[in-house]
Write a protein that binds this ligand. Structure first.
Ligand code: RVP
Length: 493
């Protein structure tokens, strides 16, 4: 970087990808990638850690599609940890640590438990963790007295059970032969070790591309900050089963961020991603702090006003490129976060040096994002806002907002002293995530074919840009025609 002026900063609309020789069939294209050193996804997409984008429903939907969601942190530690738990329990080949109930609990308690975790039955275990029976909806439905003990209505041992380590096919065969929905897994002392359900098998078939951990549970990430009880939060999230923690701030080139990442890493076997940064030096500082992934983006977000309010930022393609220069040699994956408007931008981010991208506005309109559908002039929308918007920073009563410290404003006590760095608004409703991801990844696969990159690493290696002018950009979009039909993957901004 020269003394005063850095080189010119380029963003998605400033560049196009050069077509390259493609010696592969489109079917050979592999979109899998790494979020961080040890977290692999099947599609290179993350949903943003924002309170209008990622709660458990979105995280589950993202992982089923092969990507991963990062649960936002603008809520209490307990609530966020609960959401991690919901994702980890949602589906898998096997529930490793099933919810259980004691034989002396009441039917009302069993009912409440099933309602809370949205399950249709619970294994019953004694103090030693030994399986003594199972109680399901069917047992509960015909008992009017809610105060009876579970032991009197459960189906007691001996039950059909499987041994720990049973194969999926064997388990399925047992479920089918005995026409049961749940197969408890036990060791040789009948201690409950897991649970396999029919529902999980059906889902596993429905989502063959799902991103899962070694135990077959969906992947999920969760965000923390650096102030106050941020470290306690990280511990609670790890305990709940988060696959990676994101130290999520607007300025990752600060000692607090590196220190927090290092502290989390030294006390837990979990990947830690940190950010956001936009220069090579900042990425190098995070590499030196030992992070497993680097998130890049200062100011590109659709709802972000940091570049206007603070006058700070780096156009996103250049930011990714610069950060990747430091990350690449260290083998640390890069997440390009923010500013993507079209599927083509995903490929541009990868060629610039990202391993995955994080999306906010492109996903905020999905059915699975938090918040109600809004009807305005006969059109459907969902609300979307920056985590640095007044609304988000005040959402827990100002003084206790958990998103203020993303912008290093946790010291600000009163709402009217906050300096907003984001706005609040709405985006068009887009329906289920599955169809949105289908279009985004379909577009990415086309890019990979045009560029001649069979895999994400090949895209990073072979891909080349051509810089364009505003005339080139105008030519790129539809022109000299009045669009009469909405395309599923294109709208004029
Ligand atoms: P976009 O996909 O362009 O909507 O950008 C989403 C990203 O914007 C987030 O992942 C986050 O890094 C950033 N963000 C979130 N809130 C704000 C803000 O209020 N300025 N910015």
């Amino acid at each position: 970087v020269p003394d005063k002026f850095a080189t010119i900063g380029l963003t998605f609309d400033d560049v196009l990808l050069l077509p390259g020789a493609a010696d592969m069939a489109p079917g050979e294209i592999d979109t899998s990638s790494r979020v961080s050193r040890n977290v692999r996804v099947n599609i290179p997409l993350l949903s943003a850690a924002m309170d209008r984008v990622t709660e458990s429903r979105m995280a589950i939907a993202m992982a089923r599609q092969g990507g991963v969601g990062v649960l936002h942190r603008n809520l209490s530690i307990e609530d966020q940890a609960k959401k991690v738990d919901q994702v980890k329990r949602s589906e898998s080949g096997m529930v490793a640590d099933p919810i259980t109930i004691r034989p002396d609990a009441t039917l009302a308690e069993a009912d409440a438990l099933c309602g809370r975790f949205r399950i249709s039955g619970v294994p019953v275990t004694d103090e030693g963790g030994r399986l003594v029976g199972i109680v399901t909806n069917r047992d509960m439905a015909f008992e009017p007295d809610r105060s009876v003990e579970v032991r009197s209505i459960m189906t007691p041992m001996p039950l059909v059970t499987g041994r720990v380590g049973i194969s999926g096919a064997e388990a399925m065969e047992l479920l089918r032969r005995h026409k049961i929905e749940k197969l408890p897994l036990v060791d040789d002392r009948d201690v409950l070790k897991g649970l396999i359900t029919v529902k999980d098998f059906v889902k596993a078939e429905k989502y063959p591309n799902a991103a899962k951990d070694d135990e077959g549970r969906l992947l999920v990430g969760a965000a923390v900050g650096v102030a106050g009880d941020a470290y306690d939060r990280a511990q609670a999230l790890v305990e709940a089963g988060a696959d990676f923690i994101v130290v999520d701030t607007a300025h990752g080139h600060s000692r607090l961020v590196g220190d927090m990442a290092a502290k989390i890493k030294s006390n837990a076997a979990v990947d830690v991603v940190a950010g956001n940064v936009a220069t090579r030096d900042a990425a190098q500082a995070l590499v030196d702090a030992g992070v497993d992934g680097i998130k890049v983006g200062v100011g590109p977000g659709s709802i972000c006003t940091t570049r206007v309010v603070a006058g700070v930022g780096v156009p996103q393609v250049t930011a990714i490129y610069e950060a990747a220069l430091a990350a690449r040699d260290a083998g640390v994956p890069v997440i390009g976060d923010g500013g993507l408007q079209y599927s083509g931008d995903i490929a541009k981010a990868l060629v610039a040096g990202a391993d995955t991208v994080m999306l906010g506005s492109l996903l905020a309109g999905c059915e699975e994002s938090p918040g109600e559908l809004l009807f305005i002039n006969g059109k459907q929308f969902k609300s979307y806002r920056g985590m640095g918007s007044l609304g988000a920073m005040q959402s827990r009563g100002g003084a206790t907002s958990y998103s203020k410290d993303r912008y290093f404003q946790e010291e600000v006590r009163s709402d009217d002293q906050l300096i907003a760095e984001g706005i609040e608004g709405q985006v068009p409703y887009r329906g289920p995530l599955a169809s949105v991801v289908h279009q985004l990844i379909g577009g990415l696969r086309q890019s990979m074919f045009y560029v001649g990159g069979r895999t994400v690493p090949e895209m990073k290696d072979h891909g080349r840009f051509v810089r364009i002018t505003s005339a080139g950009l105008k030519e790129s979009h539809p022109h000299d025609i009045q669009m009469t039909t909405e395309a599923p993957n294109y709208s004029r901004k």
